[in-house]
Design a protein around this ligand. Structure first.
Ligand code: AKB
Length: 314
């Protein structure tokens, strides 16, 4: 019987992953946690705990008292917000991961930890980015994800910890909003297209970035975690691709449904971050090792987002 703790459960990925894990393992076997106690209201059917993911003593106590067998450690500060306070971002992202890896070694837990396309940098090939290119990340978030990947690999090889990871591209969803990322425009634009019929984008019109629709991201996560351990040969983190598009291409797709929608461009500091990231991802290693295949293209994402997002004006 699995008993699963999720850190950072109130975030964009956490909310939907918690629902998916509750329907797979039963709500009584899922513990959602977040540092923000206000987040409790997002979780009706699963137990919620207020938890600082850097508090390793509290985590150990939960593991023992709740008989935890798996942790999905999602708590982190993302790329754009991370640049406001680099040392705090490094401390939170790394200390929380190391505490969880240590607990996994001690209690033989299975771990999921998200990495990101932010591990890549200016000297990485930007098109069809391979699994193991040269990577010198340009943000503190990217540095923490790159270092975290090395720690996951180290714990897997040295202590046989079953830790698994995906390098998510920008995630698009309607249930929970992202916060503090460089790819957030691809969610904001849908809300603004319905509320105001206009959106000012903080990236330039031709900035192509890899993105993934949340149902694909949830399926990738569950498929990775369900695969037999012997098939998971990559213990840093897997490239996974969904779809790649520019703000102008996304606006054009939205225009097919909202004809008078207008997009303006006012690139800010996030443009430099986006310019150092891949435009598209080669995920053949994930495909070969555990069979990854995305299902959602830009057209399907746009239709589903516009159908499901709830705005004040609607
Ligand atoms: C961000 O923009 O920081 C995240 C990511 C790609 O990891 N969405």
């Amino acid at each position: 019987m699995e008993k699963i703790l999720i850190t950072g459960a109130a975030g964009q990925l956490g909310v939907e992953l918690t629902t998916a894990l509750a329907s797979k393992y039963g709500a009584s076997n899922i513990l959602a946690s977040d540092i923000n106690s206000e987040s409790a209201k997002k979780f009706n059917s699963v137990k919620f705990l207020t938890l600082d993911a850097t508090d390793s003593k509290h985590i150990e106590n939960i593991i023992v008292t709740e008989n935890i067998t798996q942790i999905y450690h999602l708590a982190a500060i993302l790329s754009a917000k991370g640049e406001d306070n680099p040392l705090f971002t490094w401390d939170l992202n790394m200390r929380s991961l190391l505490g969880i890896l240590e607990a996994a070694r001690k209690y033989q837990l299975k771990i999921f930890w998200p990495s990101s396309i932010a591990v890549f940098g200016n000297d990485t090939p930007r098109k069809n980015t391979p699994q193991n290119p040269r990577m010198i990340p340009g943000t503190v978030y990217g540095i923490s994800k790159q270092a975290g990947e090395q720690w996951c690999n180290y714990y897997a090889k040295k202590f046989k910890v079953d830790v698994r990871s995906l390098r998510y591209p920008g995630l698009i969803s309607y249930s929970a909003q992202p916060g503090g990322g460089t790819t957030d425009y691809a969610v904001d634009i849908f809300y603004k297209s319905k509320e105001d019929k206009k959106y000012t984008c903080f990236l330039s019109k031709d900035t192509r970035l890899p993105m993934m629709y949340m149902p694909d991201a949830i399926r990738a996560t569950l498929e990775l975690m369900e695969a037999p351990a012997s098939e998971i040969k990559t213990r840093t983190s897997y490239n996974v691709s969904g779809v790649s598009f520019t703000p102008a291409e996304l606006a054009e797709e939205i225009n097919k449904h909202i004809a008078d929608f207008k997009i303006l461009y006012e690139p800010d500091f996030r443009q430099h971050i986006a310019d150092s990231w891949p435009q598209s991802i080669n995920d053949e290693v994930a495909e070969q090792e555990w069979g990854w295949k995305p299902k959602y293209d830009l057209k399907k994402i746009t239709i589903d987002m516009l159908k499901n997002i709830k705005c004040e004006a609607y």
